[in-house]
Design a binder for this molecule. Structure first.
Ligand SMILES: [Zn+2]
Length: 196
């Protein structure tokens, strides 16, 4: 199916406003459809990003560094694909390099490239880990995500304060309990500003 035009997308917002009980012609709502559509371009810019490409273009070869690289508390905003409302959280990403490392900003951009789409947290976690694993071919990858789902906190079961934790461990992070323990203990160390 071809993508809708901007006008069609704005009309869809007017339909939802009417569905909620509003009159889209009301003055305060006049520019709302165009604002919502522009917001969607920002919320879902990940569809235009290729996470594999982000890592492929930027790695450098390292022969001697073989310790864990860990980026923690990468704040992200995503949207639940079941309710189209925000999922807000932090991702912690670690890997044990074999030959290749990337700049830490690239790891954060991989998180964003997948987060800025309609998601479920389990898939987001797996996609980040799998991409790093496939492109950098490290000895192992660990990804932990803690997030709050507005579909749980503001509607349905109304459970504010609840966060969901998911993880994906590959390679040595899966097979070696020492590596996994080192990763998880760094996440629990004071100074972690995360938690949502
Ligand atoms: Zn949901």
């Amino acid at each position: 199916m071809p993508p809708p035009t901007r006008e069609e997308a704005e009309d869809a917002v007017r339909t939802l406003l009417r569905w909620a009980g509003e009159d889209p012609r009301r003055e305060g709502l006049h520019d709302t459809p165009s604002r919502v559509v522009r917001s969607y371009e920002e919320f879902f810019c990940g569809y235009a990003e290729d996470p594999v490409d982000l890592l492929t273009r930027t790695f450098s070869e390292v022969e001697d560094y073989d310790e864990m690289v860990l980026l923690r508390d990468i704040r992200f905003e995503s949207h639940c694909e079941h309710h189209m409302v925000p999922i807000i959280g932090v991702a912690h990403v670690a890997y044990l390099p074999r030959k290749r490392v990337v700049g830490i900003s690239k790891l954060a951009r991989v998180v964003d490239a997948y987060a800025k789409r309609f998601q479920i947290q389990e898939r987001l976690t797996a996609q980040i880990a799998n991409t790093i694993n496939d492109v950098l071919q490290p000895r192992g990858v660990g990804v932990v995500i803690e997030a709050s789902h507005q579909c749980m906190t503001t509607r349905g079961v109304h459970r504010p304060g609840v966060s969901m934790v998911t993880s994906r461990m590959l390679g040595t992070f899966r097979s070696n309990s020492d590596t996994r323990r080192e990763f998880l203990s760094i996440l629990n160390r004071p100074g972690v500003t995360g938690g949502v």
